[in-house]
Design a binder for this molecule. Structure first.
Ligand code: HEC
Length: 154
């Protein structure tokens, strides 16, 4: 047992010598640590704080530069919708997939969908056609506003 440990130590030591000897890449002997632990940790804290600040600032900048809503979505969101009207648009266009009471069939249950998706995302879902088999709808802004108000009260 003791011999095995000795053997292992020798292998490790040889490995360490090898890394130190690599041709000129390491120009100082690594016997002494470059920085002591006491000297390093406050520096690391400062670097971590600085990086966090940079990330926060970048996030704020990205948020400020977020793409503006397209004109269609803007006009939908500026209109006030009628959920009763929205319900009849829903019955005509959506129940085949989302079910008579939006409980889900081919398409998902839409109750509480406005907790998961912003108004702009809901409009996008209806008009984009990005998630087949759901088709791309092209309601007038007022129809879309009505539909949106119905979806939001589900
Ligand atoms: C041909 C079937 C079909 C029709 C018609 C349809 N949908 Fe969908 N819908 C889907 C499917 C499938 C999904 C899931 C898409 C995905 O995320 O992959 C979906 C997703 C959605 C979502 C997002 C649900 C979520 O949980 O994020 C909304 C909102 C929605 N539909 C609204 C509507 C409205 C409003 C109409 C009518 C104007 C409509 N859909 C018509 C099939 C349909």
């Amino acid at each position: 047992m003791a011999n095995q440990w000795l053997g292992l130590t020798t292998v490790i030591n040889e490995g360490a010598n090898l890394t130190k000897d690599t041709d000129g890449l390491v120009d100082k002997p690594l016997d002494q640590p470059l920085l002591t632990t006491e000297a390093r940790s406050p520096l690391r804290t400062e670097v971590a704080i600085a990086m966090t600040l940079v990330i926060v600032v970048l996030a704020v900048i990205l948020w400020l530069l977020r793409p503006p809503l397209d004109l269609y979505t803007q006009s939908v969101l500026n209109l006030s919708g009628d959920p009763v009207q929205g319900r009849s648009i829903f019955v005509m266009n959506c129940v085949a997939c989302h079910g008579e009471w939006a409980n889900g069939k081919v398409g998902p249950n839409l109750h509480g969908v406005s907790d998961r998706k912003s108004d702009a995302k809901l409009v996008h879902q209806v008009v984009s056609g990005e998630t087949p088999p759901m088709p791309q709808f092209q309601p007038s802004p007022q129809d879309m506003a009505d539909l949106l108000s119905y979806l939001k009260q589900l």
